[in-house]
Design a protein around this ligand. Structure first.
Ligand code: NAD
Ligand code: UGA
Length: 464
């Protein structure tokens, strides 16, 4: 039976864009994105969407109210759906067993219980959230233990591989779609039903079907391998700084080997974002639980190297400024974890800023898309000192890069926003304290041009 009604539980960075694209490509299917948060749904139904993502506004505006709906009425959305995506958050547990490492599955479980309570017809339940291997088993147990007569459930794994900042493009032109399910006839039927949705715009050869556990593990593996490349290149950036080699030249030279490839070799102040760290910690925890300590410590190194890179960069800033930043004005350009998003989850900028504040610096921060309220929240919770208000006395959020840099001793680039490459650095230099420093944590600027202006420049993986 073809799918006519889709419901998605979770209107976040994944649920919102994914379902908007499904609605765009499947005009005959009604897509309802349901969330418990009143504020989030209000924003999805407004002119100012809750997340910034290039191209998203156009997709939402063209479908919203036609076949795309955002609602808090989770009950009604589940009742009428043939297929339900679970796209809720799976953060790192911050309490109890596995604290700081295991994935907290309470939202996934609550979604499964909602479905079990409400459903009055057959449902295909699709795990889109990133989860530990065999999480589908828990969803299945909850659903089966509460099964009403005549109702059947099929559980599929369909992890999402989109990256923020390029989500719409990633959804429209994915390298592959992965669907895991049971080998049984009804399992295969459910896989086919989900395939038929994606086949509206993705060729069948790019839709990969596997068993459920392979699908779940592939998602953790993909993120672990991507993050591992960044930690690998970042580790080599330290060698470059110590020897005079240039990490961009090294990355280009090794990336031209077709077995290695050029992507994800951009050295930086470290990776951020809501998932890489969370998912690797989860993988480490799973390995420990499976009594595979060598495998656990192998992947833990990816996180450790990332921490080292963030602290190495921040220490370089402090050391260069004569080993003290107390009372100095420092301009922070970029607060998001990468360009083209307003998301700050696990942004390396938070680490840099908190460390500089702890050292007594006064900071002027500018980011084109991050809301002021978000920066304040990130800097005050968890607090670096007893009084969060005290921290904010030393922070000014600015409306543009020029006012942020004015009268500063140094500029620190934390996010690779394109607009930072097009600034008038002569003007900026003339309005800064001297000697004027630039620390390019993203390797986006023309360093020689800055040196010619008079700046002292430091970057990642290259001696200047
Ligand atoms: P998010 O925090 O932006 O959104 C999750 C939403 O789920 C929240 O709005 C929350 O209110 C809602 N929610 C929680 N419990 C609910 C329930 N029972 N019913 C309805 N709504 C509920 O999270 P996200 O960034 O969209 O990530 C979701 C999942 O997708 C995570 O597992 C993440 O690892 C994975 N993922 C994220 C990305 C990304 O780029 N952010 C990419 C791929 C995969
Ligand atoms: C990442 C993956 O790329 C997605 O495939 C995955 O779906 C997603 O995680 C997820 O599961 O949440 P995302 O975190 O949105 O996507 O963004 P990335 O482009 O992967 O960047 C992550 C971090 O690594 C950013 O801080 C970025 O600046 C940094 N990075 C990336 C580097 O430092 N160097 C690089 O070469 C690439």
């Amino acid at each position: 039976m073809p799918i006519k009604n889709i419901c998605c539980l979770g209107a976040g960075y994944v649920g919102g864009p994914t379902c908007s694209v499904i609605a765009l490509k499947c005009p005959e299917i009604k897509v309802t994105v349901a969330d418990l948060s009143k504020e989030r749904i209000k924003q999805w139904n407004s002119d100012r969407l809750p997340i910034y993502e290039p191209g998203l506004d156009e997709v939402v505006m063209s479908c919203r109210g036609k076949n795309l709906f955002f609602t808090n009425d989770v009950h009604a959305a589940i009742l009428e759906a043939d297929l339900i995506f679970i796209s809720v958050n799976t953060p790192t547990k911050n309490f109890g067993n596995g604290k700081g490492r295991a994935a907290d599955l309470k939202y996934v479980e609550s979604a499964a219980r909602l479905i079990a309570d409400i459903a009055k017809s057959n449902k295909i339940v699709v795990e889109k959230s990133t989860v530990p291997v065999r999480a589908a088993e828990s969803i299945s147990k909850i659903l089966m233990a509460n099964q009403k007569p005549g109702i059947t459930y099929q559980i599929l794994s369909n992890p999402e591989f989109l990256a923020e900042g390029t989500a719409i493009n990633d959804l429209l032109y994915p390298d592959r779609v992965l669907i895991g399910g049971e080998e049984s006839p009804s399992g295969k039927e459910a896989i086919e039903a989900l395939c038929s949705i994606y086949e509206h715009w993705i060729t069948r050869k790019n839709i990969l079907t596997t068993n459920t556990w392979s699908s779940e593990l592939s998602k953790l593996a993909a993120n672990a391998l991507l993050a591992q490349r960044i930690s690998s290149i970042n580790s080599l950036s330290a060698v470059c700084e110590a020897t005079g080699a240039d990490i961009s030249e090294v990355a280009r030279a090794v990336g031209l080997d077709s077995r290695i490839g050029p992507k994800f070799l951009q050295a930086s102040i470290g990776f951020g974002g809501s998932c890489f760290q969370k998912d690797i910690l989860n993988l480490v925890y799973i390995c420990e639980c499976l009594n595979l300590p060598e495998v656990a410590s192998y992947w833990q190194q990816v996180i450790d190297m990332n921490e080292y890179q963030k602290s190495r960069f921040t220490s370089k800033v402090i050391e260069s400024l004569f080993n003290t930043v107390t009372g100095k004005n420092i301009c922070i350009l970029g607060f998001a974890f990468k360009k083209n998003t307003g998301d700050t989850r696990e942004s390396p900028a938070i680490y840099v800023v908190k460390t500089l504040l702890d050292e007594g610096a006064s900071l002027k921060i500018y980011d084109p898309k991050v809301l002021e309220s978000q920066i304040i929240e990130d800097l005050t919770y968890p607090a670096i000192c007893e009084s969060p208000e005290e921290v904010m006395k030393n922070v000014m959020i600015c409306k543009d890069a020029y006012s942020a840099a004015k009268e500063c001793h140094a500029i620190v680039i934390c996010t690779e926003w394109d607009e930072f490459t097009a600034l008038d650095y002569n003007k900026i230099y003339s309005e800064m304290m001297k000697p004027a420093y630039i620390f390019d944590g993203r390797k986006i600027l023309d360093h020689q041009a800055l040196v010619d202006i008079g700046f002292y420049v430091q970057t990642i993986g290259k001696r200047l």
